[in-house]
Design a binder for this molecule. Structure first.
Ligand code: GTP
Ligand code: MN
Ligand code: MN
Length: 379
């Protein structure tokens, strides 16, 4: 009996947005391996392969227990030949030769180190590698021109590669909240991104800000940034109009509201006073840069997003993640419902109209999906 239960095949729906994926992952060895191959593909600008590995990893994250044999995987969606080969290798030999050789490869190691610099993407890293730059020392020695983001990224390299704890996120949240209500009384701030999904650490902290009266949020971002800057909280900031998705996903936005939707990529200076006794983790650096310890503050990446209240539910859903969950929501909307979803709006192509929503629950309902709470969007 027990044996039969063990080989019973798993069953999961094919879109990640149809599944509930908590942080409890019973297959971390397999998903870590597939995620590494996904990352390697993304760093090599092979996005199609990257998504395929991400989808395969997400299916395994949704399984109720560890995979014990290949037969249990029969009939599961999104597991291509390549992913199955990797899984089989690990189940049979304890490790995947492809994953191990990727991890050891000079190119992968260099791409990791270089894209670990805030402001450096796969393309820049690739160009540097072709110029013989494989690590931070070689970067500093050969001195290619760095933009403002990359200079800040290099300067705060060690801090920014330290995971951000929930207590750091909360401390920054208090500062941002104070800034928000000082520059626009009545405005609201919400924690989004990984911390809203219940993660205990993150690579950054993400906040969404709105005002209950439509239009009052206009001009908020520059005021907010000035306040934070004047108080010495920002080591770097770049404010932009949000133009993500729009180019890819066509008409899923009311054009007139576009200018209002803003985001700010920043590097925050989190001081001891703000952290109030939470201890900064002392770390050793392997990179030949200045150690992060012994200073009474740390640098933290912070993303700020401002949304008009009419788009708030879409922004909240679109910025809570995970990235794969978001991608799958948009794929579901397009392929299964002939709708286009963005973090501004939902457009129904059959009815040729925008579908309004004031909560995430309503958006899931429009999409014909069961509501999935943030803590179960960890695909
Ligand atoms: P960590 O920060 O690594 O802990 O995970 P995270 O899930 O918070 O990732 P991240 O901060 O990179 O992104 C949070 C969410 O914002 C994800 O759902 C992304 O898809 C989304 N996101 C990131 N960049 C953009 C953007 O430029 N526009 C929009 N609309 N969404 C974005
Ligand atoms: Mn984040
Ligand atoms: Mn972010």
């Amino acid at each position: 009996q027990g044996n039969e239960a063990e080989v019973a095949a798993f069953s999961v729906p094919s879109y990640a947005c149809q599944r509930r994926t908590t942080l409890e992952n019973h297959n971390t060895v397999l998903t870590d391996a597939l995620s590494l191959l996904a990352e390697n593909a993304e760093l090599s600008e092979e996005d199609g392969r990257g998504v395929a590995f991400r989808r395969a990893a997400a299916v395994l994250k949704a399984l109720p227990k560890p995979v014990a044999s290949m037969t249990q995987l029969r009939g599961l969606p999104c597991l291509g030949e390549h992913s199955l080969r990797v899984i089989k290798d690990i189940l049979e030999n304890g490790a995947s030769s492809e994953v191990e050789s990727t991890k050891q490869s000079e190119r992968y190691k260099a791409l990791k180190v270089l894209t670990g610099i805030f402001g450096v993407g796969a393309r820049t890293a690739d160009r540097w590698i072709r110029d013989g730059i494989h690590n931070l020392r070689q970067l500093q020695d050969s001195g290619p021109t760095l933009n403002r983001a990359q200079q800040a990224g290099l300067e705060h390299y060690d801090d920014l590669n330290q995971p951000v704890s929930k207590s750091d996120a909360d401390a920054i949240g208090e500062v941002v909240e104070k800034a928000v209500v000082s520059v626009l009384p009545g405005a609201h701030m919400t924690l989004i991104g990984g911390f809203r999904r219940g993660k205990l650490t993150g690579h950054d902290v993400d906040f969404l800000i709105t005002h209950p009266e439509e239009g009052r949020e206009v001009g908020l971002m520059p005021k907010l940034v000035s306040w934070l800057e004047s108080q010495g909280f920002l080591l770097y900031q770049k404010t932009t109009r949000n133009s993500y998705l729009e180019s890819k996903d066509g008409p899923a936005r009311p054009a007139s509201n576009m200018d209002r939707f803003e985001r700010c990529f920043s590097i925050f200076k989190l001081t001891k006073e703000e952290k109030r006794g939470t201890k900064h983790p002392e770390t050793l650096t392997e990179n030949g840069t200045k150690p992060a310890g012994h200073k009474p503050w740390r640098a933290v990446r912070v993303d700020l997003v401002v949304s008009p209240i009419s788009q708030f539910a879409f922004a909240l859903l679109g910025w809570t993640g995970s990235k794969l969950f978001e991608r799958e929501l948009r794929r579901w909307a397009g392929h299964e419902k002939s709708m286009s979803l963005s973090s501004h709006a939902l457009y129904d192509n059959r009815q040729s109209k925008y579908l309004r929503a004031t909560s995430e629950e309503e958006i899931f309902a429009h999409l014909g999906l069961e509501f999935v709470p943030p803590s179960e969007r960890n695909a």
